[in-house]
Design a protein around this ligand. Sequence first.
Ligand code: AMP
Ligand code: ZN
Length: 483
Amino acid sequence: MYLYNSATHKKELFTTHTPGRVEMYTCGPTVYHFAHIGNLRSYIMEDALEKYLRYEGYDVNRVMNITDVGHLSGDSDAGEDKMLMGARREHKSVMEIAQFYTDAFFDDCRKLNIKTPDTVQPATGLIPEFIAMVQGLLDKGYAYLAGGNVYFDTSKLTRYHIFFDHDEEDLQVGVREGVEEDTNKRNKNDFVLWFTKSKFEDQALKWDSPWGVGYPGWHIECSAISLKYNGEYLDLHCGGIDNAFPHHTNEIAQSESYLGHPWCPQWFHVHHLNTDSGKMSKSKGEFLTVSLLEEKGYDPLAYRFFCLQSHYRKALVFSWENLDNAAGAYRKLIARIAALKPDDGPVDGAVLEAARQKFIKAVGNDLNTSLGVTAVYDALKADANDATRLAIIGDYDRVLSLSLLEKAAQKREDDARLSAGASTSAGITVTGEGDPAIDALVLKRAEAKKARNFAEADRIRDELRAQGVELTDTPTGVVWKRV
Ligand code: AMP
Ligand code: ZN
C-alpha cells in the first residue's frame, strides 16, 4: 500500500523489516476518564489500517499500551496527576479508576467493531523494563541525573523534532501554557525519564528504583512496551496528531539511543475530531462519548461510518447534523444490502477478484476509507448476481467493519417476522418498502379501521402522510410507499 509517512512528510510505498510481517504499535488511552469520540476516531482509523494490512495479506503484530500511571499533564514537573484527579473525582483508588476506564474503553471499542490489539500492556505492569531502559540510557551517556530525577539529554542527538509538518495548533497541545521551566534541565527539550523529586508530592503510585522511589516519565512506557512485544525493529507507529510532538519525538530519541540503530521508519498520525468550539478534550469537562450517542438513539456503527467517510489526514468536524446524515446514509445502505437475495446462484469468482483489486487500488492509496465506502455502493450495482454482490460487500467489510452483512441479514429477518406477524395477527397483509416501524403503524391503522375507530385510523393515516408515506387499501391488505 501507499501510506503517508509523517516522518518523511511523503506518501510512500509501505515496507516492512521482515517481509510479510508488520510490527505495529499504537499509543493507547490514558484511563482516567471515558474515551471521547475524538479519541475513538483515532482508534477507528488505526483499526481500519490494521485490517487493511491484513486484507493485503500481511501478518500483523499489533501492540498497545494502557497509560495507567499518574502522568503529569506535560513534560515539566507541573500540572496535575490525571489518574489521581480521576480517583478524587470518583472517590475510588487509582487502580480502581484504571480498571474501570480500561474496561469502558474496550466496551466502546467492541461497539465500534474495533479489534483488540494482539497485546495490550498496562504501563504499571512493566515498571522493571522501564527502569532497565532508563539505566541503559544512563550507561550509554544519553541521560543524566539532576535534582533527584533522570533526564534525557537531547544535546546528544544528531536529529530531533522530525514531525515538523503539522499545524502550530497541534504542536501546542503537548505543551502546557504557563508552565515554569524546569531548572534541572540542561537543554530546553530535555525530558524526564524517571521522577523521584517532584513538586507534585501527591503522586499516587511509586516504585523503587536505582535512583530512589519514584515513577516513570511520560514517554518511556511506549518505547519499552514496543521493544518488549514488537522487538528492536518497529515497522509502523500510530497515534493521534497531538502525540507527534513531543511524545513521539521523545519516543524516537529514547528508542534509537538505547538500541543504537534506527527504530521505526513509518509514522501514521490521525488528525483530530473537532467540534464547532475546537478540539475535543477529556480534561475540558463535558465531552461526547459512545454511551451518549447510544442514549440519543444512534447506532455506534453509524459513528464509525461517519469517520470512514472522511480521510484520516484531515480534521473532521463533528455536529449532530453531520452525524444524522451519516446515520441516515448508513441505514439506507443496510436496507439496500438487505434487498439483495443471498441465494440467487453461485458467486462469480472472477468478478469478486476484480472487485478486490479495485478496493486495494482505492483504499491502498493512503487508507482512503471514503473510497472504500463508495466501493460498497458500486458493489450493489455490480454486473453480477446478488450472491456475488453480497460476497464483494462481505469482503470489503473485513476492512470497513460496518457489520454490513450481519445487519442486512438481521433486517431481512425482522422484516420477514414483521410481515408474517402482520398478516396473521389481524388477518391483514402489509406490503411496503421494508421499514418495520412504518409496517407497525400501517397495521395499527388497519386494526383501528376494522374496529370501526375511524377517527384513530384517520389520525394514523395523517401521521404517516406527514412522514411522506402513502397508503393504498386493497382487497388483500394495505400497500404503502414513500412519495
Ligand atoms: P489519550 O487517552 O488522551 O492519551 O488519547 C488517546 C488517543 O486519542 C491518542 O492517540 C490521541 O492522540 C488521540 N486524540 C486525542 N484527542 C483527539 C481528537 N480530538 N481527535 C482524534 N484523536 C484524538
Ligand atoms: Zn505512546
